[in-house]
Write a protein that binds this ligand. Structure first.
Ligand code: SF4
Length: 353
């Protein structure tokens, strides 16, 4: 069993986990909300250390990240478990597994067995092996994705510390619940994040995700303040978060942090427990795009839909198209070089090499 680094001991062998903003207080034998961090005799243990639930090599645009090494491939890895319980999760079979086990074992009053249960999922993939695979496949970066990375922090910390020694970059695909302690520890290797801003209504976060809005807003501000490259994604769900007022609130908030933050507006497809709303219409996606522009955001992209025009990067200085995308295929125009528009010399924010 792997002892966590992000926790504090408390009285009577309880511990406080400091990985995410929920900050679970866990009694001996118990497990945190995510279901993968268990208190064993006063020590917090990570139950999924070295246990990958899914691994792929993807185009980086699939994450999505559009201003970070465009056109490159990224090693994608996740474990089971999540600190959210979004009813529309597309990876629910892995993200919700540990949480469901935890709830079931709590009901049966056998929560101490969670280590045995969770240990059955995922396959052995130690940090050295992940880095070796990246080097063999010549993949320049690693994305922690599929489930919330911070819940398996100690595993990714060891991978990325080693990866950094080989010049491999690190990316989190996050729900925005990282604690400041986690961001501090990741500071030596965390190059970029894409944070989901799923709604601008606390009621939505509570009901649909079993989480809260404010911690996500705090993380977005904090990540930007720390200078970590940041992009934000909103999945627009018909009838849930697609009102003009809410989209304006999201765009206005992002704009208040920085108009340089790329905003990915993603189309919803029915998934998991959310089967009723239809797919997001083209009209709503275009409306959201225009709202982003009106709020002053300079880089807005439509995703999960075919729209080459609204998935290109335009120079905010002269309006020239600099990076074009079709599906996950990306190409730079000749007038774009190392982040600069050669026509008007505007520098486009991002990580280009
Ligand atoms: S990472 Fe898991 S155990 Fe730790 S505070 Fe978050 S939900 Fe709780």
């Amino acid at each position: 069993m792997y002892e966590a680094i992000l926790y504090e001991p408390m009285a009577r062998q309880a511990v406080r986990c400091t990985a995410c903003r929920i900050r679970c207080v866990i009694k001996p034998g118990g497990a945190g909300v995510c279901g993968v961090r268990q208190n064993k005799d006063g020590k917090l243990c990570l139950l999924v250390y070295g246990k990958a639930s899914a691994v792929n090599i993807d185009p980086i645009e699939k994450k999505p990240l559009y201003h970070f090494l465009p056109g490159s491939r990224i090693f994608s890895i996740g474990t089971i478990g999540c600190n959210f319980a979004c009813s529309f999760c597309q990876n629910w079979d892995i993200s919700q597994r540990a949480r469901t086990l935890r709830e079931q074992l709590m009901k049966e009053k056998h929560i101490e067995d969670i280590g045995l249960e969770v240990g059955q999922y995922g396959y052995e993939l130690p940090p050295e092996r992940v880095v070796k695979l990246c080097l063999e496949k010549k993949v320049p970066s690693i994305a922690y994705t599929y489930n919330e990375p911070v819940i398996f922090f100690e595993y990714l910390h060891d991978i990325s510390t080693l990866a950094r020694q080989h010049g491999i970059r690190t990316v989190f695909m996050s729900n925005g619940y990282e604690s400041e302690e986690a961001l501090d520890l990741a500071g030596g290797y965390l190059d970029a994040m894409n944070i989901d801003l799923k709604s601008f209504r606390d009621a939505f976060y509570k009901k649909v995700c079993k989480a809260r809005l404010q911690p996500v807003l705090d993380t977005i501000q904090e990540v930007h303040r720390r200078g970590i490259w940041l992009e934000v994604t909103t999945l627009v769900i018909p009838g849930q978060n697609d009102s003009e007022a809410e989209l304006q609130d999201i765009a206005g908030f992002l704009s208040s942090v920085s108009t340089d933050i790329p905003w990915h507006i993603s189309a919803f497809h029915p998934a998991y427990q959310m089967k009723d709303p239809p797919r997001t219409s083209r009209a709503v996606l275009e409306k959201a795009y225009d709202i982003g522009l009106a709020a002053g955001l300079k880089y807005i992209y439509l995703g999960n839909t075919e729209d080459d025009q609204r998935s290109a990067t335009y120079c905010p200085g002269c309006g020239a198209a600099l990076i074009r995308r079709t599906g996950y295929r990306t190409w730079m125009e000749d007038i774009f070089n190392q982040g600069q528009c050669l026509r008007c010399k505007t520098q486009i924010p991002g990580v280009w090499q």
